[in-house]
Design a protein around this ligand. Structure first.
Ligand code: KG4
Ligand code: ZN
Length: 348
């Protein structure tokens, strides 16, 4: 079966075609970051309007690249939430309209389920059950994943998400928006010059005894330090490195604790911060040391993309109760939506 996936939850329009037997056939992404960069953050109304402009041309592009046409599509999956309401509505309404016109099923996908399953697009792929570390701009969670739709929350951030902390700290350092990748690049360049950081930030909640996180204090620690020092390029890079080290340490330690708590031996990392090179290095090293395995999505599927939504749709279609459901072309979006409280029963 051929599934068309549509992702429009934030500032990236992602479209993909995934075939249940042939795998990922084509995918396309349009990132709005340059447009929002002028404002220092995502402007929701501009995001929705741009999704409207991009979504149909990108669908045409993915079909052309795969040598297929709309009539070949057997089902459509779209991101139902969480995300920006207006942006979500673009993907949801286009999915419903196309589904109605083609009289094919339309599947509503949780954005984080897409991220969570994205490492399954790579080879070697993990097998259920596994622990997932979801680290994006809006979420930082550890989940126990027993199967499709079977997600148990083990711990989460009590305030800022890891990506949000990267972005806010990058902004303090004058690195623009979205600053996560820029901060990480600065830190990596500094550390590859062989110098350790002059600074050390606290590791928030490292010894809290649970699997929760807190990152908002780190940003304050950075600000306090910046007020005490003259900000030379050297100091800025040293702060970036110390900040990255603190976040990577906490994410690594808590992931190891989640593996120990569940007794599972596979860790899956998903979401934009999963692209961070130091996090990848630290997790590979430390997870291997305890005889477990860590899986990452390909870099292009770490951040938001259509492939993960098409893939999640394809996986859901393998469930007979979902496949045999009568097509319903009404649609809703869920701007706020916890993954672990979505119906775990797949025939719900
Ligand atoms: O998963 P994602 O694309 O969008 C959400 O669902 O939030 O994640 C975006 C987040 C941003 O906060 C961005 O700064 C962060 O991921 N990010 C990174 C890196 N690449 C993206 N953070 C640290 N290091 C990176 N290399
Ligand atoms: Zn995301």
């Amino acid at each position: 079966m051929l599934v068309l996936g549509i992702e429009t939850s934030c500032d990236e329009t992602g479209i993909a075609l995934y075939h249940t037997e042939r795998g990922l056939l084509s995918h396309a992404l349009y990132s709005q970051t340059e447009m929002h960069g002028e404002y220092g953050g995502v402007v929701p109304e501009l995001a929705s309007r741009d999704h409207i402009r991009r979504v149909l041309p990108l669908i045409r592009q993915t079909l052309t690249e795969a040598g297929l046409n709309l009539r070949d599509v057997n089902a459509i999956s779209y991101t139902q939430g969480p995300g920006l309401a207006g942006a979500l509505l673009v993907g949801a309404s286009i999915a419903a309209a196309l589904g109605f016109a083609l009289n094919i099923p339309v599947l509503a996908i949780h954005h984080l389920e897409g991220h969570l399953l994205s490492p399954l697009l790579s080879t070697p792929a993990p097998t259920f059950p596994f622990v997932a570390l979801l680290v994006s701009g809006g979420h930082t969670q550890l989940m126990e994943v027993k199967g499709l739709g079977l997600y148990k929350l083990l711990g989460e951030t009590l305030d800022d998400a890891a990506g949000e902390a990267f972005d806010k700290t990058a902004k303090l350092l004058g690195l623009g928006y979205p600053g996560g990748p820029a901060l990480s690049k600065l830190a990596d360049e500094f550390s590859s010059s062989g110098q350790p950081s002059r600074f050390r930030f606290p590791r928030p909640m490292l010894h809290s005894g649970d699997l929760n996180f807190s990152f908002s204090g780190l940003k304050t620690a950075v600000l306090t330090l910046m007020n005490k020092h003259e900000i030379t390029p050297q100091t800025r890079a040293s702060i970036a490195l110390a900040f990255q080290e603190a976040v990577v340490d906490v994410l690594t330690e808590k992931s190891l604790a989640a593996l120990a708590k569940t007794g599972l031996t596979q860790l899956v990392v998903a979401g934009g911060v999963g692209a961070n090179r130091q996090l990848r290095k630290s997790l590979c090293h430390n997870v291997e040391k305890i005889g477990a395995t860590v899986f990452f999505p390909d870099l292009e599927f770490c951040t938001d993309n259509g492939a993960m939504i098409a893939f999640a749709g394809a996986m859901r279609l393998q469930v007979p109760a979902i496949r045999e459901r009568k097509p319903d072309h009404s649609f809703t979006i869920k701007a706020r939506w916890d993954l672990h409280v979505q119906p775990t029963s797949l025939d719900a």
